[in-house]
Design a protein around this ligand. Structure first.
Ligand SMILES: [Zn+2]
Length: 76
């Protein structure tokens, strides 16, 4: 594989700007997102968590109080 720093990013492959060499892109590993609650339990999307501090709600004057059960939203 070419080691040149100038590389074009094409959707399914790389292309070297310097010599025109092309090669397949390695599929990028999906970043594993690990979220833990206050007790150190690993959470999955949809789990209910207890807030450990007051959390102001964006766009409103409401504040979620400590201990509020909140449901994590999954990635859409
Ligand atoms: Zn090259």
């Amino acid at each position: 594989m070419c080691e040149m720093p100038e590389v074009l990013e094409i959707p399914d492959r790389w292309e070297c700007v310097t010599c025109g060499h092309e090669w397949d892109r390695e599929p990028e590993p999906e970043q594993a997102r690990v979220v833990k609650d206050a007790d150190g339990n690993v959470l999955a999307d949809g789990d209910t968590v207890s807030l450990i501090k007051d959390l102001p709600l964006k766009g409103s004057s409401q504040v979620l109080k400590v201990g509020t059960k909140a449901k994590r939203l999954g990635r859409r």
